[in-house]
Design a protein around this ligand. Structure first.
Ligand code: CP
Ligand code: NVA
Length: 321
């Protein structure tokens, strides 16, 4: 174990039994420590044993990365996963969340939930007596942001404000943008969101990010994509129409013209800039094929890092440290 990790382990131990519903549920110290633990799990410096523990997956929306990385994370730690797809459980037939959460708490050690409303996630957490993890809601995607910032750290080292790294997100002010704002703020990274008018991140989340960043870093929302990316070390984008917004695809494609992360925008960034995308990506819409396949792209390292940060998270929430 690294000396840095040893010194912050008590802050991680305090998370045992807790939920992760929002990126802001972690303190600054816990966010740094989780990424440090994830890096040590990735390098093989550290092993965790979760034998006998079971994670339930309740996914109301499609998923490749989150579903598979949670399943493989539990397997690597010696635990198991049960897929509680709502279409084959009573969840899909309307059994109340209050009953489902209490029953599953008698069988499982944690639940990872992907759904639409943050309130539904919070209701699971209210009734469950085991940790509940946000595996994406319409409001946030905290596990994604942890993997994203680990990828930024791998490229540039650990930022701690005072003129440190800048991450520029170009596109819809959505769930992914919200968690990037919060986790970036906690880690002292400057976060700039470049979005069309009408597609800004939730103002309450922006204010929360500013409060978390304090004097350490700047949180900026702009309607100018070039201003957003200028000089930035990490460029990020996500789909223009998220799951549940498919009916708005055509209207959004029109509104987001000029916000494609293409070669021209990349040329405005720091010469060392890396390109991130949570995936799945729509080439030719929010990102050009050349940029996602180009030398700056780190999207597959980023996808891999979901596995490492989720192993760290499961270890911490399930008391495996
Ligand atoms: N990035 C991400 O969450 O991917 P999935 O929707 O495939 O889980
Ligand atoms: N914003 C996207 C992220 C997918 C991982 C969505 O919610 O569909």
């Amino acid at each position: 174990m690294s000396p840095q990790l040893a010194s912050v382990l008590p802050s991680l131990a305090a998370l045992r039994g807790h939920d992760l519903l929002s990126s802001a549920d972690l303190s600054r110290e816990q966010t740094f420590a989780l990424l440090q633990l994830a890096a040590e799990l990735k390098s093989g410096e550290r092993c965790i044993d979760l034998r006998g523990k079971t994670l339930g997956l309740i996914f109301t929306k499609a998923s490749t990365r989150t579903r598979v990385s949670f399943t493989v994370a539990m397997a690597r730690l010696g635990g198991q996963t049960v897929d509680l797809n709502p279409s084959v459980t009573q969840v899909g037939r309307g059994e109340p969340v209050a009953d489902t959460a209490r029953v599953l708490s008698r069988y499982m050690d944690a639940l990872a939930i992907r759904t639409f409303a943050q309130d539904e996630l919070a209701e699971y957490a209210h009734w469950a007596t085991i940790p509940v993890i946000n595996a994406l809601t319409d409001l946030e995607h905290p596990c994604q942001a942890l993997a994203d910032l680990l990828t930024v750290q791998e490229a540039f080292g650990v930022s701690d404000g005072q003129g440190g790294l800048t991450l520029a997100y170009v596109g819809d002010g959505n769930n992914v943008a919200h968690s990037l704002l919060l986790t970036g703020a906690l880690l002292g990274v400057n976060v700039r969101i470049g979005c069309p008018s009408g597609f800004e991140p939730d103002p309450a989340l922006v204010e929360r990010a500013r409060a978390l960043a304090g004097e350490r870093s700047a949180i900026v929302v702009t309607h100018d994509p070039v201003a957003a990316v200028r000089g930035a070390q990490a460029l990020y984008t996500d789909v223009w129409a998220s799951m549940g917004q498919e009916g708005e695809q055509a209207q959004r494609e029109a509104a987001f013209q000029g916000f494609c992360l293409d070669e021209a925008l990349l040329a405005e960034a720091d010469a060392r800039a890396i390109v991130l995308h949570c995936l799945p990506a729509h080439r030719g819409e929010e990102i050009s094929a050349g940029v996602i396949e180009g030398s700056a792209s780190r999207v597959f390292d980023q996808a891999e890092n979901r596995l490492h940060v989720q192993q760290a998270l499961l270890a911490v929430l399930l008391g495996g440290l």
